[in-house]
Design a protein around this ligand. Structure first.
Ligand SMILES: [Zn+2]
Length: 108
């Protein structure tokens, strides 16, 4: 992932992906890195953690610290603002998919 434009696109996809999972259940960093890896994104903590912190700072994720097997684990869930943002982004994604992937004009 060295092309700057591709990196820019992926940054958005990764944020959308994080919000999607954080809406369904609490997520934590390592788990998301593995999940994104399954989707073909090879990213490390140095990329993912700043994204989680940014989304938390901007009010889209809420962090809860849990102790799991003696270790403190930071888990994140989507806030109401995060869920709203995801809903809006999904509408845009659907429209983009219709045009770019299905090659059809978007429904209005
Ligand atoms: Zn996923």
């Amino acid at each position: 992932m060295s092309d700057p434009l591709l990196k820019h696109f992926y940054g958005g996809f990764i944020r959308l992906h994080v919000l999607y999972h954080a809406e369904k259940e609490p997520i934590f960093g390592l788990e998301m890195i593995e999940e994104l890896g399954r989707h073909g994104y090879r990213i490390g903590p140095g990329t993912l953690y700043p994204i989680l912190h940014q989304l938390e700072r901007d009010g889209y994720l809420k962090r809860t610290d849990k102790v799991v097997a003696g270790h403190r684990r930071k888990t994140y869930r989507a806030t109401a603002a995060g869920r709203r943002l995801l809903k809006d982004a999904k509408a845009k994604l659907r429209e983009l998919f219709t045009e770019v992937i299905e090659d059809r004009p978007p429904q209005r």
